[in-house]
Design a protein around this ligand. Structure first.
Ligand SMILES: Nc1ncnc2c1ncn2[C@@H]1O[C@H](COP(=O)(O)OP(=O)(O)O)[C@@H](O)[C@H]1O
Ligand code: SF4
Ligand SMILES: [Mg+2]
Length: 316
């Protein structure tokens, strides 16, 4: 049996107009964590929506292939795909509030969620929920269960959302900027909790984030996304310590370090619909840009072992 859980091949996605991501390919082995990093507007959230097939998100897969545990997701009927959601694939959103109705107790909402998947077993389920809270180190679990989301901080809601996603024991967890809406101390707690979750369950994770620091701590593999394309992909340590693409090098140079002068940053913004561009979309911002980049093929043609990039210009 294959140890690959998720395989995405040459994915093109849109919201009906131009492509917001093009030719995206990656694979995730069981138990791995891939972090897709890049600035806002690069198509990270759209990529997760496409993988998940979120029915109301408006995202459309124009071409390509998504395979989950050997099954072609794009050939599944809508009902089959919805069943996959929650049961085998869990999702954590950036906004912890989005996961819950603020004025309905967690107890009721957890019971409804389990019922909707035919998994509610009365008192036994509540014990399982409390057990899940305890495994995730949530304090005072009985009190949490009786509370409503509006009574909790954003950080606590995010931790409870993680517990909710885990209750159905999914094999893949998709995380969209899971810590971006939280203060730094709570970010640390949530990151630690997610790592404990991995250690306890061996769950596979696909996380998108603009925070390279969090990717560095958590990820096995990193995919760097720019203007809707993966421009670099490889083992996290390799990508971070020997970045190949000029964009990855700029992103790393833009990480602030304590006590130093302000980092260089990257001037300008990623282009809209850059995924459709002929030539390299980084051309407006790249210190190594030249005429030939107008016709550059954006596929991952530069490689060092299993570490790939679309360009290696200016590397030391
Ligand atoms: N619901 C939507 N309808 C139309 N365009 C969208 C929608 N959501 C995002 N986009 C567009 O898709 C592009 C990528 O956005 P997004 O996937 O949210 O990027 P990121 O998560 O990296 O910030 C942007 O140009 C954005 O304006
Ligand atoms: S192709 Fe040209 S513009 Fe694009 S990253 Fe390479 S050098 Fe820079
Ligand atoms: Mg996003």
């Amino acid at each position: 049996m294959s140890d690959t859980l998720l395989k995405v091949e040459n994915l093109d996605i849109s919201y009906g107009d131009g492509l917001v991501a093009a030719d995206v390919s990656f694979s995730l082995k069981k138990g791995e964590l891939l972090a897709v990093v890049g600035e806002s507007g690069c198509g990270k959230t759209s990529l997760l929506r496409a993988v998940l097939g979120l029915p109301d998100s408006g995202v459309m897969v124009e071409s390509g292939k998504i395979e989950f545990d050997g099954a072609n997701v794009l050939h599944m009927a809508r009902r089959e795909r919805s069943a996959l959601l929650g049961e085998k694939v869990g999702m954590i959103f950036q906004d912890p509030g989005a996961a819950f109705n603020p004025i309905r107790s967690y107890k009721k909402q957890f019971a409804e969620m389990l019922k909707s998947h035919g998994r509610f077993k009365g008192e036994k389920s509540y014990n399982e929920i409390l057990d899940c809270f305890q495994r995730l180190n949530l304090p005072d679990s009985e009190r949490i269960l009786k509370s409503c989301p509006y009574e909790m901080s954003g950080g606590m809601n995010q931790r409870i959302a993680i517990a909710a996603a885990m209750l159905l024991k999914p094999s893949l967890l998709l995380l969209d900027e899971p810590t971006s809406a939280l203060d730094t101390t709570t970010q640390k707690t949530v990151v630690e909790e997610l790592m404990r979750l991995r250690a306890l369950t061996g769950i596979t994770m696909l996380m998108v984030t603009h925070n390279l620091g969090i990717a560095a701590v958590m990820a096995d593999k990193i995919g760097v996304m720019y203007a809707g394309r993966l421009v670099e992909y490889g083992a996290a340590l390799e990508v971070l310590s020997h970045p190949i693409h000029p964009y990855t090098r700029s992103l790393i140079a833009a990480i602030p370090t304590l006590g130093c002068t302000l980092p260089e940053g990257i001037d300008g913004q990623p282009p809209l619909y850059g995924a459709e561009a002929v030539g390299c979309s980084f051309i407006e911002r790249c210190p190594y840009a030249s005429e030939k980049c107008l016709e550059k093929d954006c596929s991952l043609t530069v490689s060092v072992g299993d570490h790939y990039a679309a360009c290696g210009e200016g590397q030391a």
